[in-house]
Design a protein around this ligand. Structure first.
Ligand code: ARG
Length: 459
């Protein structure tokens, strides 16, 4: 079987099923351009130390240029017989340029080659995602700035807790996505190390210049141990963990969007382009996009567990198990890329129904804590204040009114420490305005924080 790179050793061909089972070309061909980048850097280094001639290097560059064009034009013939992206490209190179193509693999193995390709590809994905996270944080901050003073009920246990500003609520997500960006940037440091030179596992006897290859490919340094270099997939696991957290944050936001868009809540409306109708119920406008994002979080979480499990039993160094690292990793990257791209637009298109938010905040005695704090400031111990306000809440509940609807006389009747400045804190505006410390929900703070996020994400 002459088509396989390792054929001479074997006396019988593999079955079609085994061929399909062991092949990866149908998914790893997306690494093609990074594979070529890596090969060109390797060839350049081989020429610089005289392992291949300058003429060979030029032929390799020309051949690879042609292969890139064929791939981009969709004319490249991918073959399952050639197992993976690396062997497909190498075979075509030999077809195009002959012996120079056969010299390219000197001092290299597919084991360090594939590790290099994935790192190059992932570095690019991380950079795209960092840009998208920045855009999403900007959209959140822009909307937060507009709604720095819009009040809605803040919930704990999904029960009305205390009034908060909508801008503050949105900026909570800007914080989450900010941490996600930090995590990706940190992961990138460990992605950006060059495995090439480790060869199959033990390094190579050629006097290679790994630092040179690292510089050419934009790596910050080289992997320091050849066994680790070919078998380490920590960087991919870290990325999957960061991706799972991104989706988890997207999923929490999605859950709120779905809830807020329910007619029973009615806090927001999503642009039509993110919703679909029902085939039977003519009145429906369903928030499909956030629901699907919530659902897709499951698969991204799954990829993290799959990759951890893939690694846990592997002895040093490279094992073919590692070929299974790619599909989940690719899918995680694709899912967060698509999801973030859509959410940048989706957040920009949220229509806020401020009146409904305000009306909801007026139900459920959201300022009860403010009344208790007021009594404390007038000298009552907090536990007594808590008890007193519980009585007031019960009274209002029976009458079907809000705390702010009680008269000064009624409030004085409950505790004579109350004076007419009590209404400053019983109102929603008074309540949020008083929380003006760093991290608080006061409109002035929200404006500052939104501006900070906008400055941080500018350019
Ligand atoms: N397709 C393989 C992978 O994804 C490339 C390395 C294969 N090396 C080997 N000796 N079989 O990991």
């Amino acid at each position: 079987n002459k088509s396989q790179a390792w054929s001479a050793r074997f006396s019988e061909p593999v079955s079609d099923l085994v061929k399909r089972y062991t092949a990866s070309v149908h998914f790893d061909k997306r690494l093609a351009h990074f594979d070529i980048d890596g090969s060109l850097a390797h060839a350049e280094m081989l020429a610089s130390i005289g392992i291949i001639s300058e003429g060979d290097r030029i032929s390799i560059e020309r051949g690879m240029g042609r292969i890139r064009e064929e791939i981009d034009a969709g004319g490249f013939m991918w073959s399952l017989d050639l197992e993976d992206v690396h062997l497909n490209i190498e075979k075509r190179l030999v077809e195009l340029i002959g012996d120079a193509g056969k010299r390219l693999h000197t001092g290299r193995s597919r084991n360090d080659q594939v590790a290099t390709d994935i790192r190059l590809w992932l570095r690019n994905e991380i950079d795209v995602c960092l840009g998208l996270l920045r855009d999403l944080r900007r959209k959140l901050a822009e909307l937060a700035l507009k709604h720095a003073a819009t009040i809605l009920p803040g919930f704990t246990h999904l029960q009305v807790a205390q009034p908060v500003t909508f801008g503050h609520h949105l900026l909570a997500y800007a914080e989450m996505f900010g941490r996600d960006a930090e995590r990706l940037a940190d992961c990138r440091k460990r992605v950006n190390r060059l495995p090439l030179g480790a060869a199959a596992l033990a390094g190579t006897s050629y006097p290679i210049d790994r630092e040179r290859v690292a510089r050419t490919l934009g790596f910050d340094g080289v992997c320091r141990n050849s066994l680790d270099a070919v078998s380490d997939r920590d960087f991919a696991i870290e990325f999957c963990a960061a991706a799972a957290l991104i989706m988890t944050h997207i999923s929490r936001l999605s859950e709120e969007l779905v809830l807020w868009m329910s007619p029973r809540v009615g806090f927001i409306d999503l642009a039509d382009r993110f919703c679909t109708g029902s085939s039977i119920m003519p009145q429906k406008k369903n928030p499909d996009v956030p629901e699907l994002a919530r659902g897709k979080t499951g698969r991204v979480n799954g990829h993290l567990v799959a990759l951890l499990t893939l690694m846990k039993g592997q002895p040093l160094a490279y094992n073919k198990d590692n070929q299974e690292d790619k599909e989940g990793l690719f899918d995680s990257a694709d899912t967060i890329r698509d999801t973030l791209t859509i959410f940048v637009d989706l957040v920009g298109g949220i229509r806020v129904k401020s009146e409904a938010m305000r009306a909801a905040a007026l139900q459920g005695f959201a300022t009860a804590t403010d009344l208790a704090d007021y009594l404390v400031k007038k000298g009552l111990p907090f536990r007594d204040a808590h008890e007193t306000v519980a009585h007031v809440v019960r009274m209002c509940d029976e009458r079907g009114c809000d705390l702010a609807d009680l008269t000064l006389e009624e409030l004085k009747g409950i505790n004579d420490l109350v004076e007419d400045d009590v209404f400053d804190v019983l109102t929603l505006e008074g309540s949020v305005a008083s929380r003006k410390h760093v991290g608080g929900t006061a409109p002035e703070r929200v404006k500052e924080e939104a501006q900070r996020v906008l400055d941080e994400t500018a350019g």
